[in-house]
Design a protein around this ligand. Structure first.
Ligand code: UD1
Length: 417
């Protein structure tokens, strides 16, 4: 069992640097397979999900070495075409290796990613996009077998701007013959980051970051790239500090990517100053409720910041309404917050959060990455001791979480037994 032990009640304050973006480095590592050369990827966060991506690359026959925040991938030789079931289970998002492996070898195999902690999370849009490019998909007994003899461009219209499906479509299309147009594409900054990496590797991509992306197939080569800062980790630290009435400066972040989160925190009473690459937040003694938080595709309020903000607003003055429109099951942290004394009622995709004066410590169970971070935020805001079990979910997305929080004055330690 791996857990966090937290003594709450400290006002957090200090200065930190944003980590590299998990949701950006994962598809970029998958994309290195397409380059057939050497790629140097900088600012890679040390996360278990990144370790899983590196293990998948090694399994495919690529050479991957890690030195601090630098990962070097040499995909000159690719000998494998499948993602082992164990690695698929460790990281559901390894599904975007499908587009990359197919682009490189014309064959790819992996197990179907099952339902996950956020709900069913099907991959129908990924597979339909691949079919449009001429890929034959055979789904049998939980196994996916894909093959294509001649990858060619096509017109892909996504029924919903899915981040993963957009990335998979881009990865499959960059080396396909001819032109691909993706409409209703997701506009998340991580997609722009993936496109920038691919363009530096020789790809011809325009429109990333808009709903219409145009790709003309090209031959790729290796390159050097620096991963963008993680807007979700940044949002989490802002919420943690806000909930304790503290102050923080986060350096090397991209404030434009965080507009919706910063607006919500400002409405909750925080004083926020931004430069081009830093955010300073000064929180009031007690936050005030925010009218209505509705998670939406970018540039709307990110679903990944919903749980951390909810934890912070659980002790705000007034009532906040959260509407989760992206995932059908992203309120699993609510039951744990309620065990800490929060007044939260959920009905379907709506959560009504009536701020209470104080939460109390408890033994808590982590159910997912952002929900787990939310429990840590809630625990830091109590005057009590809390034990947060199943820390592994949190390690998937936060680099040295307890170290960063300790540097801000939190009393938090790991306990592994
Ligand atoms: C990515 C992020 C995740 C973030 C999410 C939404 C990564 C590694 N993860 O996840 O942190 O919360 O975007 O911003 O980048 N859907 C389908 N069929 C599909 C694909 C998706 O029904 O083929 C549904 C999903 O179940 C979900 C919604 O579409 O309800 C959005 O999913 P999507 O945008 O694809 O999220 P991910 O790429 O999985």
């Amino acid at each position: 069992m791996r857990e966090y032990l937290i003594h709450g009640g400290r006002r957090l304050s200090g200065r930190i640097t944003a980590q590299g973006a998990k949701n950006s480095v994962l598809p970029i590592l998958a994309a290195t397979v397409l380059t057939g050369g050497k790629c140097l990827i900088r600012h890679c966060p040390r996360l278990t999900d990144v370790d899983a991506a590196v293990a998948i690359l090694e399994n495919l026959g690529c050479r991957a070495t890690r030195d601090d925040d630098l990962i070097e991938v040499d995909s000159t030789t690719v000998t494998g075409t499948s993602v082992p079931e164990k690695l698929m289970g460790e990281m559901r998002s390894s599904v975007f290796f499908l587009g990359a492996i197919l682009g490189r070898t014309g064959v790819a195999e992996m197990s179907q990613p099952g339902g996950c902690e956020l709900g069913l999370r099907p991959i129908d849009m990924h597979l339909d996009a691949l079919r449009t490019l001429g890929i034959v998909v055979d789904e049998n007994g939980g196994k996916l077998k894909c093959r294509v003899s001649h990858l060619r461009g096509g017109r892909i219209n996504l029924p919903f701007p899915s981040v993963g499906a957009t990335e998979n479509a881009i990865l499959a299309a960059v080396t396909a013959e001819g032109e691909t147009i993706i409409t209703n594409a997701a506009c998340e900054p991580e997609i722009v980051d993936l496109a920038h990496f691919l363009i530096l590797s020789g790809a011809n991509i325009t429109g990333a970051g808009t709903g219409k992306i145009r790709i003309v197939g090209a031959k790729l080569h290796g390159c050097e790239y620096t991963v963008m800062p993680d807007r979700m980790a940044t949002a989490t630290y802002l919420c943690a500090v806000a909930s304790t009435g503290g102050m923080i400066e986060i350096d090397h972040c991209r404030t434009d990517d965080l507009t919706a989160v910063l607006a919500a925190l400002e409405h909750s009473g925080c004083d926020i100053r931004c430069g081009e690459d830093f955010i300073r937040l000064n929180a009031p003694e007690r936050l005030v409720a925010v009218d209505n938080i509705r998670t939406l595709p970018y540039p709307g309020f990110p679903t990944d910041a919903q749980a951390p903000l909810m934890a912070a607003l659980a002790t705000a003055k007034g009532t906040t309404l959260f509407v989760e429109t992206i995932f059908e099951n992203r309120f699993r942290h609510v039951a744990e917050l309620v065990r800490m004394g929060a007044d939260i009622r959920t009905e379907g995709r709506v959560a009504i959060v009536r701020g209470v004066q104080r939460l109390h410590g408890a033994n808590l169970n982590t159910t997912d990455l952002r929900g787990g971070a939310a429990l840590v935020i809630a625990a830091l805001g109590t005057d009590d001791f809390s034990r947060i079990r199943d820390r592994g979910h949190i390690d998937r997305g936060y680099e040295n979480f307890e170290g960063v929080l300790s540097s801000l004055g939190a009393e938090i330690e790991r306990n592994d037994y």
